[in-house]
Design a protein around this ligand. Structure first.
Ligand SMILES: Cc1cc2nc3c(=O)[nH]c(=O)nc-3n(C[C@H](O)[C@H](O)[C@H](O)COP(=O)(O)O)c2cc1C
Length: 298
């Protein structure tokens, strides 16, 4: 096996070959990027949009939107034969979720000691270095995480959960997580809070969309989404474990890859409110890790 199957670069190359990737240069993170994405998903077959040269940011600090908005891209993300129609996708998916769920226990994530994610660590955390969009005019702030994966561990068991929860950038080194009551990450958070313990969180941005797609659906209580993803990939997810974020996170999935981060828009989603500070002091970012090399050619 070569490379990490959750590396975003090969997926972007594949989507480019399918003719479903469009470069957008010079957009403003302040409402324009969100508006362009919103208009894009109204098309019959919207391409994925790769924003670069975002206003106020250097070339190469990119944002990817609309990655899941076509049958061809969804089938490629789910490692199915490419389907150009919704009907074809539905047929290709028949029986798959039950199969993936049944096979998930066979694919425990594997902890590795090193990987590209550890090559570039921001010691002085500066989230403002990343072009987080203000998506809608009524939003309470800029969201660095929408199509992201939030990795947490249970308080009294080894259960690692991976959920797609929005992440608002509050300032240079603080974020807020919007995990609504009942979500698995929120349940784990409440247990830590009740015990007066810190709640370590790792947030994955910029990986293969398979990560956020599966962390954005409900898998059975107590099952780790990495297992489910492993069943789709037919190989275990490989992750690094270090310090506070000892939750198993795949090597390249955790990369911010030198400024590329991915944020997803869904056509029907309305304005995002300002989220409560679920992580008052614990929300302070301890480190931001990048891949040393650009994920994409610059
Ligand atoms: C793009 C996207 C954004 C989402 N944002 C949130 C969010 O901000 N808060 C939340 O609680 N759920 C959000 N969800 C829904 C959860 O990801 C979903 O309910 C998932 O099952 C949660 O994981 P869990 O079952 O492990 O708690 C979002 C889903 C998607 C696809």
């Amino acid at each position: 096996m070569t490379g990490n199957p959750l590396d975003l670069r090969p997926w972007l190359a594949q989507v480019g070959e399918l003719g479903e990737l469009r470069d957008v240069r010079g957009a403003d993170w302040n409402l324009e990027l969100g508006a362009i994405s919103e208009l894009n998903v109204k098309k019959d077959v919207p391409p994925a949009l790769l924003f670069d040269e975002i206003k106020g940011y250097p070339k190469g600090w990119r944002v990817l939107t609309c990655s899941t908005s076509s049958p061809a891209r969804l089938s490629s993300i789910l490692r199915l034969p490419i389907q150009k129609t919704h009907k074809g996708l539905v047929e290709a998916l028949r029986g798959k979720p039950a199969q993936w769920q049944a096979e998930a226990p066979k694919y425990d994530a594997i902890a590795v000691k090193s990987g590209p994610v550890f090559e570039n660590i921001q010691k002085e955390v500066d989230l403002l270095a990343f072009p987080s969009p203000l998506w809608h005019e009524m939003d309470g702030g800029r969201y660095i995480g929408t199509g992201c994966s939030v990795v947490t561990r249970d308080f009294d068991s080894d259960w690692v959960n991976v959920g797609t929860y929005r992440v608002q950038m509050l300032d240079r080194d603080h974020v807020a997580l919007d995990m609504v009551p009942g979500k698995h990450g929120r349940i784990q958070y409440e247990k830590h809070k009740a015990a007066g313990k810190r709640f370590p969180v790792a947030i994955v941005l910029g990986g293969d969309p398979l990560g956020y797609l599966i962390s954005g659906i409900e898998v059975p209580f107590g099952m780790c989404e990495w297992n489910y993803i492993g069943a789709i990939l037919k190989q275990p997810v490989r992750g690094g474990e270090r310090r506070a974020d000892r939750a198993a996170v795949p090597r390249r999935v955790r990369d911010r890859h030198r400024g590329l981060h991915r944020a997803e828009r869904r056509a029907h989603r309305g304005p995002v409110r300002r989220v409560p500070r679920l992580l008052p002091r614990q929300g302070r970012n301890r480190a931001v890790r990048d891949h040393q090399e650009g994920l994409l050619p610059e």
